[in-house]
Write a protein that binds this ligand. Sequence first.
Ligand SMILES: *Cc1c(COP(=O)(O)O)cnc(C)c1O
Length: 401
Amino acid sequence: MALAPNVYDAEPIPDAARAEIERLLSSGDLFRYTSESSPVQLLEAEFAELMGARYALAVSSCSGALFLALKALDLPRDARVLIPAFTFAAVPSAVVHADCVPVLCEVGENFRIDLDDFARKIDDDIACVLISHMRGHTSDMDAIMAACAERDIPVLEDAAHSLGTEWHGKKIGTLGKIGCFSFQSYKLVNAGEGGILITDDPELAARATIMSGAYEHNWKKHRGEAGLQNSFAHWQNRLPLYNMRLQNLSATVIRPQLPLVADRVEKGRTNHDYVADRLNTCEWLHVPPPLPPEERAPDSIQFNLVGFESDAEARAFQDAAKARGVSVQVFGLSQDNARAFWNWQFLGEVPELPQTRAMLMRACDVRLPVRLSREELDFIAEALIAAAEAVKAAAPRAYGT
Ligand SMILES: *Cc1c(COP(=O)(O)O)cnc(C)c1O
């Protein structure tokens, strides 16, 4: 019998990083501002070019990037920031950290923002909309951008898991005022930790850069035309420093992975769609399709359990899949899951969002690293289908109407 694929190991870092790491180790030159062509500076130039953005600022994490993006907007204390209720705890945390108040919007069975609830909440004194493209699922950005443009509400994008995703052929992370990405190990580009933000707005770029820790005249080492340099000079000494800089070793690990992004995106999508088609042949499993303008870049798969009436049945499915070698996480069923909004007790009173809760109680998450072979993908798909059928065969069936 084939062995269950290991979906937890990371990919090796490209060999091209080694010579530069060696150089950094011998020179001890790890701080980004020791030179104008440090690995961090080069990474920023390369990432901006890859994304077609004017400015990129590398920071210590995507959470840090989200926090700096909110601070760069200069929102008043207690400003209300609309976020999807299906996201990682780091997102409401960044909002709280920026002295703002997260307002949670319902997310539907297709893992995307529920537009009716969005329309209801957008006029409730919302100062900023932070779209988290959770697990790389893109909500209807046409509707969201139009509603925000009409009201002059800035949009930020948490694209931590969306590097390479496109909407109408435009890169996710370039639709809003600022797009934030992660280089944490479970994302498409792995540096252990790290993040980056992109924007076309020189004021926002300058503000975020200074707050990220470009103290004194370190901002002069950032590339940029006169407009950006003027903004830097204006904000000098007027903003607090949060020191969320990236260091050179991390940038050195990231840079040789950037040319691999297109290939990883292509493979990830092919693998995902192959498994999705297989799962959708099973009446108990459903992978929601992408929205028509969306070209996805997945490295994991999410699907819903269909007709699983009780949590016990959903748990039995997790166990049955595990017994067949495949780890499935039903988002809402594991204790203290950081993606289940009811665990965000740091918000104080956690609001109730019945639609998102219902989705989380039946939505499954399986890692699908891009390196997997067809045989390994078959193994995963067959194990999931067999697990669902075993659980449903054992369950009493409701016949008739
Ligand atoms: C990983 C992730 C984050 C946080 O990224 P870090 O770099 O670990 O701070 C935020 N949002 C989403 C959707 C993520 O997947």
